[in-house]
Structure formats: C-alpha cells, structure tokens
Design a protein around this ligand. Sequence first.
Ligand code: 7PM
Length: 277
Amino acid sequence: MDLNLRHKILNLDCPQVMGILNVTPDSFSDGGCFVTPDALQLQIEKMLQAGVAIIDVGGESTRPGAQQVGLAEELERVVPCIELIRRISDVPISIDTSKPEVMRAAIAAGADMINDVNALRAEGALKAAAELGVPVCLMHMQGEPKTMQQQPEYTDVIQQVLGFFVERIAACEAAGLARENIFLDPGFGFGKTVEHNFQMLKKLELFHSLGCPLLVGISRKSMLGAVTGKPVEQRLAGSLAAVVVAALQGAQVLRVHDVAETIDALRVVQATQMEER
Ligand code: 7PM
C-alpha cells in the first residue's frame, strides 16, 4: 500500500516514522528550545540525517490544559518553518493544525498532509482539506484540550473511538475527501485515562477494521510516565517499547520525538518479520 504525498510516495507496508517538530514556545517535551531559527534548523537536520519519513510541524500547543493560539501567531510560527524545511529537503511535511487558514497557508508553503487533532471538526476545516486534496490524519479526542483530562469516561473506549471514526470518515467522504487519503489515530492521552490508553494500545489492531492506515502518537506521553514512574525527559525506553507494541499490530506511521532511536527499534521489528525467517 502506497500513500501519495506531493513530494514523495510513502510505502506503508513497513512502519514509517513521523518526527515531531514543535514550534511552540511552551511545548511540553522540548521546553521551546527549537524556537530560534538555528536551533530549529539543527533539529530538522538531525531528523533528516536519521532518515525521518515525515516531519510534523505544529505551532499550536495541544497539551491538555493548554491555551489556544491565535491565527496570526500560529501562521508566523509554522509558515517560515515549512519554508525552511523546503529549502533544504523534499521530505514530506505534515501540518499539525485544526485551523483551515493554517492548513491552506501550510500547503501553499510546501506541506504535504494535514494532521488534525480535532479531526476536521472546526468550522471550514473539512472544506479546506477537501479543496487542498492532500492526505489527512483524523485523531480522536474526547472533550476539548482544556478540560479533556478532568474525567474521561467510556463504556467501551475502542468501540466508541471506532464509532467516532465511522462518523468522521463519512463526513470526509461526503465533503469529497478520498478514503485512501485518510489516516486514523486513536489519540493517546486525549480525553483518556491511563487504563483507556493501554486498552487501546493492547488492541490497536482492531482500529484496522475501517481499512484506513493508522497513525499513532505515544512518544513521551504521561501513560508511559504512569507505568515507569519517569518524568518526560526520561521516557525514551518506554516510548520505544510502546512503538514496538504498536508496530507489531501493524501501525503504519509512528509519530515520535526521538527519530533515530525509533528507526532502530523499528528495524529490529522488521528484521523479525522478514518472510524467509
Ligand atoms: C501533551 C500531551 C503535550 C500531548 C503534547 C501532546 C498527537 C498529535 C499531539 C497524537 C496526532 C504530543 C502531544 N499528539 N497528533 N499531536 N496524534 N495525530 O505528544 O497522538 O506531541 S500533541
């Protein structure tokens, strides 16, 4: 199965790594240390060197409890960053946003796909994505970033997330988006308890039932802190274990902070899965 991105074709038969590039001064894992152009370029080059498949550029902090970012500020953060990547590489770029104006500006600046934690539910987002005609990632979130971790409740988290996907895929198709351009993401940490998150990771395979490729973002998240007792800057080993669990269940794209380390872990998974062994 291949995915057509404007700057490259991505082979989804082996797990691909999406590197996180936060351009937010308050981003939780990186403490805003990528916001100067030099530091940003260094981080981009590091990911490229490691062999990243997609770079996910985000200028709006989606951290639980985070304040919303204004349109002008978000544009000022992400557009120069996308232009910078495009000057040095043809690596596929994803824009992490919920705002239709940012989607349009990012794609015009050279981005190739849309990653929306709001699953194109914002006013005008569905229309923008359909007109742009690029692949999209629909992520599940219960509630809103400000309050979603207050009391997440499900009777059956997997069935409810699947039900949400069914509804959003239908909305996307009605708006003219092609189904082969839709990634699904269960949204680890977005309106879920630690238990909900591990139920989803354990049965991740079930999310393949709708026929769309899966994108998983689990890197450094608090569910890993909950079982290792480690603060965010010491969650690499936990993150790699979680990525392996997801890859063994066929997750096609893994969204991570630590690109080089994740690629090594996935190479070991792939070597184990080679036909001739
Ligand atoms: C706190 C909690 C800070 C979560 C930052 C985050 C995802 C995403 C994010 C994801 C997709 C992070 C997240 N998470 N997009 N954006 N899937 N598609 O770890 O899981 O960067 S923000």
